[in-house]
Unconditional design. Structure first.
Length: 335
């Protein structure tokens, strides 16, 4: 048996002279490594054992198998028919076309898949108007996942279906009262975690997060936010050590040591972008800011989420994107 054409995206296995198996790392459910063999389990249930002693290119196989660990998962949830009853803080309520919102979200999910994510839909929550905004329910790091306690009481039931799914990928910690935390207030840049002190997230939650993540080498910083719902309404990551920032809503000095691209002043809501691998998902509504990003070398994939924007949503809000498995140690920090 020979294994060839391995790269960070996938693999090709020639299991016999007449049979070839192709796969993408995003379709792999699990990889188990030993010095003698690599066991690959595909999401559909098929399993393949690579006996390294039998492979002509065993070194190539061993070098490529970490592609699985670099593959991405995107948790998403379909739009609730009650979206128009969503929580609003900083914008006026408008009429929302549910059907249009549904299809815009479907296009967003398709784009995540095209960018290499293994898209995993969460159980629908039609009675929870904001449930499409899954980002607020958790924060996922290499070493652990943190299930939040959303600041809006009406949203706390959203976490119940996220928690068990995340436990398949990471050890889980859960924010408890009096802490409140929305995932949209948490910006992770390498080993630095910035948490916005907003109307939805408080200092009590910050202290819980700090206790869990500092043993894993993270530094936690609080950031004052004004004029917007979440920190990631005002600042998001668009590259290695590079942020997109609206300086009217957050002080860029809070991110000392990181590069900053400022939004166009006529597009204050343009600071929310979703980095997926080497690309960035960005709203089509903000063409002037897009030009600034592309001038800086950022690869942009545009998406129209105008109906979800009426619910105070944006491109990061509608998914939880994380590495399927960590290349770092999976030993969790202390509980």
């Amino acid at each position: 048996m020979r294994c060839r054409e391995l790269d960070p995206r996938g693999f090709l296995l020639r299991t016999t002279m007449f049979r070839t198996v192709r796969g993408r790392w995003r379709d792999v459910d699990k990889v188990s490594d030993t010095p003698q063999a690599i066991d690959v389990a595909l999401a559909g249930g098929a399993r393949h054992r690579l006996n390294l002693a039998d492979l002509e290119n065993a070194e190539e196989v061993c070098a490529a198998s970490p592609g699985y660990r670099r593959s991405l998962v995107a948790l998403v949830r379909e739009v609730s028919p009650r979206l128009a009853a969503c929580e609003l803080t900083h914008i006026a309520r408008q009429s929302i076309d549910y059907e249009r919102a549904y299809f815009q979200h479907a296009a967003y999910v398709d784009l995540l898949a095209c960018l290499g994510c293994a898209v995993r839909p969460l159980r629908p929550a039609p009675d929870l108007p904001d449930s499409v905004f899954v980002e607020d329910t958790a924060v996922v790091l290499d070493e652990l996942a943190i299930v939040t306690r959303p600041g809006a009481v009406s949203r706390r039931a959203e976490t119940t279906t996220v928690d068990p799914v995340l436990r398949e990928y990471r050890p889980v910690r859960v924010v408890t009262a009096p802490g409140t935390l929305d995932g949209g207030d948490v910006l992770v840049a390498g080993k630095r975690i910035f948490i916005g002190l907003s109307s939805r997230s408080n200092q009590a939650a910050v202290e819980q997060v700090r206790c869990w993540v500092e043993p894993a080498g993270y530094q936690v910083h609080t950031v004052a936010v004004a004029g917007c719902l979440h920190l990631k309404s005002a600042a998001t990551e668009v590259g290695d050590r590079l942020l997109l920032v609206n300086p009217a809503w957050v002080d860029p000095a809070a991110f000392a040591g990181l590069g900053v691209i400022e939004v166009d002043p006529d597009e204050p809501q343009a600071a929310n972008a979703l980095r997926v691998g080497d690309a960035v998902i960005f709203p089509t509504a903000f063409s002037a800011t897009r030009r600034r990003l592309e001038t800086a070398g950022v690869v942009i994939h545009g998406i129209d989420l105008s109906e979800l924007a009426k619910a105070e949503g944006a491109v990061t809000c509608c998914s939880l994107v994380f590495l399927k498995a960590s290349a770092a140690t999976r030993t969790p920090p202390p509980a």
